[in-house]
Design a protein around this ligand. Structure first.
Ligand code: PMP
Length: 401
């Protein structure tokens, strides 16, 4: 029977990272996987995280008992407040509930299972393009109609706002609309506040369900409140909605799988039955979540001094990305690389959608040992002051040839 199993397609981002690892070139650069790197090209354990970990390790009152099925409550509550703001009317009105999940991916999966199994939704829309996992998560959660809405305009290298509005207007009632809260992956292009208002108008009119995927809060602008504007706005408009949070990037806790699923309801009476259904879904899936990341994030979010320290770490990361964007654009313009490069600095967050084609990405990998996705998406954090000239020259060569 096992020999009947067919080979599944590779997941590009991991295949490209493997090509980077396997490369023996001294000049190799990994611009594929979405993880922060220091200017030395190294992973960064945030100093505030290291400090809290040391405190946890020294704390003999802690143990390894199971967490509740829906996770560490001090974490989930603080995470929801971080997303909505502690004075948001949905928070002060008690209309928010939150559960710890296996990072952003796990939050999306629990959300999709809940929407599909409990509320019988079967249609989901994601932006074109989007983070590759959205489609897979919803498919595996049983959604039978998964469709894209227009988002990226390749010609103008920006948002196809009219296309997006038209596609949302034509979506059937009760479709789940996956929205990137900020720092859209892979394009780095977010709607403006005025555009978000129009998106909310259409979604309200057409009775579409907002699911905000917040994987980069703090990474886009360096400011937690700015980056949560759209989520807060939708919640103020009175939508029933969900938001998933990842602490992979903004806490650098990638492998701890720490995330949150936040639900905003209209009627507080819905919360108890909803939590009971979420409990069943999680119980039958992974039973309960891991604790280490939850303890770290909970301590930081609930302690004003640690919280300030963490915000400083976020500014360090987002600031370095912004510097690399400026540096890359300047170099390409100086080299006279054909085309316009202002989109490199206009885009925000970790990624830039360069406009490079699959053939150009291959050329850059083969000749310069710089590895990026075939869509032309690059992780800005892979660029350092040490390799930025090499990266700019490679892009210039690929575009010129
Ligand atoms: N959503 C988006 C848009 C992402 O880019 C990511 C991270 N690549 C995630 C969700 C979730 O990541 P994680 O499961 O590591 O939290």
């Amino acid at each position: 029977r096992f020999c009947e199993v067919q080979q599944a397609p590779p997941i590009e981002v991991f295949a490209v990272s493997k090509a980077f690892t396997d490369s023996t070139s001294e000049k190799k650069v990994n611009l594929s996987v979405g993880a922060y790197r220091t200017d030395e090209g190294k992973p960064w354990v945030l100093p505030v995280v290291r400090k809290v970990e040391q405190e946890l390790a020294a704390d003999n009152t802690l143990n390894h008992e199971y967490l509740p099925i829906l996770g560490l409550e001090t974490f989930a509550t603080a995470a929801a407040k971080m997303l909505l703001g502690s004075t948001h009317p949905a928070i002060t009105g008690g209309r928010v509930t939150a559960v710890q999940t296996l990072s952003g991916t796990g939050g999306l999966r629990v959300a999709a299972e809940f929407l599909g199994r409990v509320l019988k939704y079967n249609t989901a829309y994601h932006s074109a393009p989007t983070w590759g996992n959205h489609n897979l998560i919803f498919k595996q959660a049983g959604f039978t109609n998964i469709a894209p809405y227009r988002y990226w305009d390749g010609e103008k290298r920006g948002l196809n706002f009219d296309g997006m509005i038209e596609d949302l207007s034509n979506a059937p009632e009760n479709s789940v609309i996956i929205l990137h809260a900020c720092a859209h992956n892979p394009t780095g292009v977010d709607p403006t506040q005025e555009q978000w208002k129009k998106i909310a108008d259409v979604m309200e009119k057409k009775k579409l369900f907002p699911l905000f995927d917040s994987a980069y809060q703090g990474f886009a602008s360096g400011d937690l409140d700015n980056d949560a504007w759209a989520v807060r706005y939708f919640a103020e408009r009175g939508f029933e909605m969900m938001g998933t949070q990842s602490f992979s990037k903004n806490f650098g806790l990638y492998n701890e799988r720490i995330g949150n699923l936040m639900v905003v309801v209209k009627d507080t009476a819905c919360i108890t039955p909803m939590r009971s259904q979420l409990t069943l879904l999680v119980r039958g899936s992974y039973s309960n979540p891991p604790c280490h990341g939850a303890r770290i994030v909970s301590r930081v979010l609930n302690d004003p001094a640690l919280f300030e320290e963490w915000k400083g770490c976020i500014r360090t990361m987002s600031g370095r990305i912004i510097e690399m964007r400026k540096g890359l654009r300047e170099r390409l313009e100086k080299l006279g690389t054909p085309g316009t490069w202002d989109h490199i600095t206009a885009q925000i967050g970790m990624f830039s959608f360069t406009g490079l084609t699959a053939a150009q990405a291959k050329h850059i990998a083969d000749k310069y040992h710089i590895f990026l996705l075939s869509s032309g998406r690059i992780n800005m954090c892979g660029i350092t002051t040490g390799n930025i000239d090499h990266v700019a020259e490679a892009i210039n060569d690929a575009v010129c040839n």
